[in-house]
Design a protein around this ligand. Sequence first.
Ligand code: IVH
Length: 357
Amino acid sequence: MNENLDLFSAPEPTGKAQAAIEMEALRTRLNRWAHEYYVQDAPSVPDAEYDRVFRELQVLEAEHPHLITPDSPTQRVIGAVMEGLAPVRHAVPMLSIHTETDTEASGAEAFDARVRRELKLAPDDPPIEYVAEPKFDGLAMSLRYEHGKLVQAATRGDGEVGEDVTHNIRTIRQIPLLLPAGAPPLLEVRGEVYMPRADFDALNERQREQGGKTFVNPRNAAAGAVRQLDSGIAAQRPLRFFAYGLGAVTPEAEGGPAFATHFELLQTLKSWGFPVAEQVQTALGATELVAFHRQVGARRDQLPYDIDGVVYKVNSLQLQRQLGFKTREPRWAVAHKYPAQEMATRIEGIDVQVGRT
Ligand code: IVH
């Protein structure tokens, strides 16, 4: 209910106006609860209460179909089955990052030394501030919002042209369909779609029980779900999202955002409802990059999702512009991997056979 409604002096709302007000209030409540549940990991109501209100909204929507809005939680699965995935040319190419082949601490030191050299810094100049992030092992996604509405979600493809997977991405409840008022008229949020390990195990278990196809790893399962033609299937796959950057945005001169740092940009995305990994932090100089690499590496197995390394980015956007790109890779970022994970295996038996020769 709208608390600001003056019930005494306002004219009695008509049935339709009343329904519109109620539906708006239900949507707001459900979207807030979904954000608490999926993004903040802090649900404030039991699932049953969410379901009850969801059904209440469904009933009103069935009675007043013309009042259904695209940001309604009931509209995440549109049910349309696509004939194929349409190509999407990215307004700003989706680049890849240079990978530091040295998986030891010296990898971080080499990157810092390169950045300092490019910026012509002297050894006694202060350390550079970076943002250190996990390197999520999922698939890259570009989410395009126009006037606050999610209008398109596209895979990376070859970096220039990806595929339109909006119908599937809309089913990911962590991804806002509608942005708050302060968001710029054009905003492309880039990040990674992934499947948490526990959900991946449960999905495979379910697939085995039902005699379906099992998946090799969470990344493959996520990629398969994202490229489904039927959003009903994607909706049943437990996909999640982490934001890590921007594509095209309304320019500052036209009222767009004026971020000074990458960290500030990420915090703003968070305030607009996007999930940002809690491990993301600023790091001063090579020393703190090394510490981050070590600290995340030690906890890698405890993370609820797969990572294949960490990413370091120069925090100042002014310095990022100064550093620019080299053959389609930014000079201001690097991926720093971990040594390949070793697995203990036990040989259960050896079968010796004689061949023809
Ligand atoms: S930034 C211009 N940050 O790694 C820089 N990428 O080669 C754009 N990835 O497939 C990428 N975690 O999807 C960035 N924290 C992170 C990332 C990340 C994973 C993936 C990305 C892309 C590849 C970059």
